[in-house]
Design a protein around this ligand. Structure first.
Ligand SMILES: Nc1ncnc2c1ncn2[C@@H]1O[C@H](COP(=O)(O)OP(=O)(O)OP(=O)(O)O)[C@@H](O)[C@H]1O
Length: 299
């Protein structure tokens, strides 16, 4: 379990993290979402004791990171790829990490296998692609078989097959009862991976909820109707208290209703309809809308 309590971080006049409090529970994947510059990496660095909070604290299974007796066995983290010296070979790097953390070296081959790097174990890291760097980072994070796992934008550089593979791996870790906390700025990817979401914007907490609830709260469904008689249909819908707007492509959007009600109403009024379908705004749109006013770096 990870407990974040009143966490803040200020860099000069920039408030990167602003009084964040939330809990990451074991047994499920928790997605950490926010637009670029929202403060995700800063929060994760503070979780790992790599940055000092200006206020507040983070507890990992009840203790601050600095108080963990055997950190690699308690928390596995994948922060920035390409942090390994290029001249090193993959298995040497992991063996060195294992030895300096009193982890049996037999574990090195296991994590290389888990990360899909067995074939590249003797390659120099300098020749690694970004995706392979991510895999090596993942292998290092798993070395101590920790119950808490932190991943910062882990799908960066992975090909579509790698993305699916990592998604399943993270879900598997959660199913084993581990705490899995993973950041991303891609809502659609998180919707497929996480069960719970923590969403921040400009360092502040915007949502701490299940993916299901987040979708229900932040997407709007409507019935799209294409008709050659928009004025008549609009009048009929409005008379029933249904809110109507125009869609970008010249159709009508009836809100807070369903196709059954609209179909019956159309028949009663004898309005010609060319097309009718239930639509919902995408989660990506909802995320952009929710975080829009909290974007640090505008487009
Ligand atoms: N070492 C630092 N010194 C000064 N400002 C910093 C430092 N690290 C982060 N910041 C600032 O803090 C804010 C949050 O940055 P952070 O990298 O945590 O965001 P993020 O959500 O991880 O963004 P991204 O998705 O782009 O990685 C930004 O305004 C950033 O410029």
């Amino acid at each position: 379990m990870i407990e974040v309590e009143g966490l803040s971080k200020q860099y000069g006049r920039t408030v990167a993290v602003d009084d964040l409090s939330f809990t990451v529970r074991p047994g499920l994947v928790t997605g950490f979402l926010g637009p670029n510059g929202a403060g995700k990496s800063t929060t994760m660095r503070m979780m790992l004791g790599l940055d000092r909070p200006s206020a507040g604290r983070v507890l990992i299974d009840g203790r601050p990171y600095a108080g963990l007796t055997d950190p690699l066995r308690q928390v596995g983290a994948l922060l920035e790829a390409r942090s390994v010296h290029g001249g090193r070979r993959a298995h040497h790097h992991l063996r060195w990490l294992a030895q300096t953390n009193r982890i049996p070296t037999a574990r090195v081959d296991e994590v290389l296998e888990l990360a899909g790097l067995t074939g590249a174990r003797r390659k120099r890291v300098a020749g690694f692609s970004l995706g392979m760097h991510q895999r090596l980072g993942l292998a290092a994070a798993l070395l101590g078989d920790p119950p808490v796992l932190l991943f910062d934008e882990p799908v960066n550089g992975l090909d579509p097959e790698g993305i699916v593979w990592l998604r399943n791996l993270m879900k598997g870790f959660a199913a084993e009862g581990r705490t899995v906390f993973v950041s991303s700025h891609l809502m659609s990817e998180m919707a497929m991976t996480a069960e719970h979401l923590v969403v921040i914007g400009r360092g502040r907490l915007l949502a701490d909820t299940t993916v299901e609830r987040f979708i229900a709260d932040n997407t709007q469904s409507y019935v799209r109707i294409a008709t050659p008689e928009p004025a008549r249909l609009r009048e009929a819908l409005t008379a029933e208290g249904i809110q109507v707007t125009d869609t970008d492509d010249g159709a009508l959007a009836a809100h807070g209703t369903d196709t059954t009600k609209v179909g019956e109403l159309v028949a009663r009024h004898g309005v010609v309809v060319h097309e009718m379908a239930a639509r919902s705004a995408s989660l990506e749109e909802a995320f952009v809308q929710l975080t829009g006013e909290h974007v640090e770096f505008g487009r």
